[in-house]
Design a protein. Sequence first.
Length: 216
Amino acid sequence: MRDHTVVVGFGTKGRTALRTVCGAGLKKDQVVVIDPSAKAMTAAAVEGFEAVAGDATRSDVLRQAEVQRAGKIIVATQRDDTAVLVVLTARQLNPSAKIVAAVAEEENAPLLRQSGADEVVTGASAAGRLLGLSVLTPAAGLVMEDLMRQGSGLDMVERPVTKAETGRGPRDLDDLVVSVVRGHRVLAYDDPAVGVLEPMDRIVSIVRREGNGTGR
């Protein structure tokens, strides 16, 4: 394989991440799952993914999954210390892959970044914020919950700017634009630096999936 996606951990986080990326178009034959559990490996194989059984903190196991050739690596282990070791080893094997890792505690996020993760998702903080929103502003909580479910009602997507959209402001588009990606910068839709959309820009927007609603 080359430029494939490696997912370390086939628990709830790993499975949910895979549903999201596959729902966005990633083919299952371009995914390799690593997990030490035989039960998890069987489940991954049943769903159509290549599976490697073993400890992903070991470089030989990562090489079996051809991490050195991967384009993206998702680290969804159960323990934060395991995630740190996996990211560190994976980054040594592949200096250029996009690595996204999940941690339970926010205090461990800086260590993941220092180890080589490009993005770190803090599960406890995200869940806590959603709980708070649901209590204080139930409608906002429902919208956020809806956005977190791939393909249901509202979805957040990233796409290139079209030729017809070039030269227009983010708020002049039909889509609800949240951010503009310009080079290596992610700019808020109302950032003065955005001005008008340029040919090489990408936009992050909220869209409604056909046939789905946001009601409960």
